[in-house]
Design a protein around this ligand. Sequence first.
Ligand SMILES: Nc1nc2c(ncn2[C@@H]2O[C@H](COP(=O)(O)OP(=O)(O)OP(=O)(O)O)[C@@H](O)[C@H]2O)c(=O)[nH]1
Ligand SMILES: [Mg+2]
Length: 340
Amino acid sequence: MDISSFNPDFHNKEGKTFVLPKDLLSDLRKGSKQALAKAITLTESTKEDDRQMARALVQECSNEGKSIRIGITGVPGVGKSTFIDQLGTYLIQQKNKKVAILAVDPSSGRSGGSILGDKTRMEKLVMNEAAYIRPIPSRKELGGVTSGLSDAIVLSEEAGFDVVFVETVGVGQSETEVAQLVDIIVFLLLPNSGDDLQGIKRGIMEEVHVVAINKSEGENLQAAKKTKMLLDTVLQIMQGPVEGEKREVLLCSAQDGNGIKELWENVEALQNRIEKSTWLHENRKQQKVNRLRTYLDAMLRDSFYHNSNVSDALAKYTAEVEVGKLDAYNAALEIFKKFK
Ligand SMILES: Nc1nc2c(ncn2[C@@H]2O[C@H](COP(=O)(O)OP(=O)(O)OP(=O)(O)O)[C@@H](O)[C@H]2O)c(=O)[nH]1
Ligand SMILES: [Mg+2]
């Protein structure tokens, strides 16, 4: 089915008609950034009609998986946006790539200003025709960050972007969710991270493909080299996400642009290897299966809590648990029986 043939109307399963923005799919395929923005906005809409249209649109995308998807993570202020600005500009100018940047915005929902922050810190890319920058709100509903982000990635690929960066703050839940969507994760650290190795979670070191110390310039360089030595010994004994891959800490300065090219060569070489071995393919397959489970979990939870038998029982048994008439486990069992 080609939904563009339904223009300007689109019928959903119930036979309801709603308007598909004219030429959206064909404009998207021509690489229009306006069309891409519009399409992503549709996936984020809270209106059911918009969502169905977005689903239909995403299903029509035939370029899924054509890009290299790179996650950039690290603590706030480590220089993720500046780094993407440099690397993205390099890729556009030297490698003739089109670059999409999806910045997971943990502050959205509140009146956070980091959207503006990210845009202004990608000064070069923001002016560049071959770059597309988009903040993605991190959502609590169905599928969390991953639902919106996975659609945005697929839509960017349909618009012909061959490198997709996902910027995510390396704290809490969102980085683990992002790991479920990208191929390669670059972990940025600060030059003095070596002072507090305990502060770096073991989990994240096991999940990332490339480790780099940013701001490695001027008077920071000494500290950066020391941190590299420490972390290199950690990486030697720690298995990364790809079996058999040796990881070595890189030094870079997103501000000066030093080490950016070398880092990309590292990423490109890794990409070649994981494409040749079956890792990339298997990883993407596994990610899709995981996403299916995430959706199912969310749907199950949703239908559970919206079940009227459940809400009645929940009220009743919560009161009993509160006064100690019933223990929590048996109360949960009773409530669950009402669901079945
Ligand atoms: N000295 C130096 N400063 C840098 C470098 N990279 C980034 N900065 C500065 O560090 C600050 C934070 O940079 P951002 O790129 O916004 O960092 P971020 O990790 O994206 O921050 P959040 O999005 O808030 O998590 C800015 O003032 C940058 O100019 C670098 O390589 N060297
Ligand atoms: Mg940033």
